[in-house]
Design a protein around this ligand. Structure first.
Ligand SMILES: [Zn+2]
Ligand SMILES: [Zn+2]
Length: 134
């Protein structure tokens, strides 16, 4: 089991998986909302994800119609993201996780919006836009 929490520790969650499938996302929205070049996003089956503490501290921001980004209303850590067009999965950013869970990185997505100062130096698949497969 994998656990995670926000910066102020009001919110804690667990993911009932042994390994996470992760993409690096360079989309403008991830960059604006994280303040970073890209986000490392784990794709998690919804039934595997449970908020174990502080659900009442969650707030949501709709970054585009049907895409809800849940964050801690006290410290603003991004907790998880849901989309109407992918109901069986949600997304969690790796920076929230405790310890060193097993991670399988499967590629780079939204490379069309990657900033010029960020270079890709591995051999993982590159997707110009969204990629929802494995
Ligand atoms: Zn918090
Ligand atoms: Zn993104």
């Amino acid at each position: 089991m994998i656990t995670g929490s926000c910066h102020c520790s009001d919110i804690e969650f667990c993911i009932h998986e042994n390994e996470l499938t992760v993409r690096y996302c360079y989309c403008t929205t991830c960059r604006k909302l994280s303040g970073s070049d890209y986000s490392s996003v784990a794709r998690v089956a919804r039934p595997s994800f449970t908020i174990t503490k502080g659900a009442e501290s969650l707030a949501a921001y709709e970054s585009r119609p049907g895409k809800l980004r849940y964050y801690c209303s006290k410290c603003f850590s991004p907790i998880y993201v849901t989309t109407d067009n992918e109901l069986s999965f949600l997304r969690v950013r790796l920076g929230l996780l405790d310890g060193s869970p097993r991670v399988k990185v499967t590629g780079h997505m939204w490379v069309s919006e990657k900033p010029t100062w960020r270079t890709i130096e591995d051999c993982l698949p590159v997707y110009m836009h969204e990629y929802t497969g494995e």
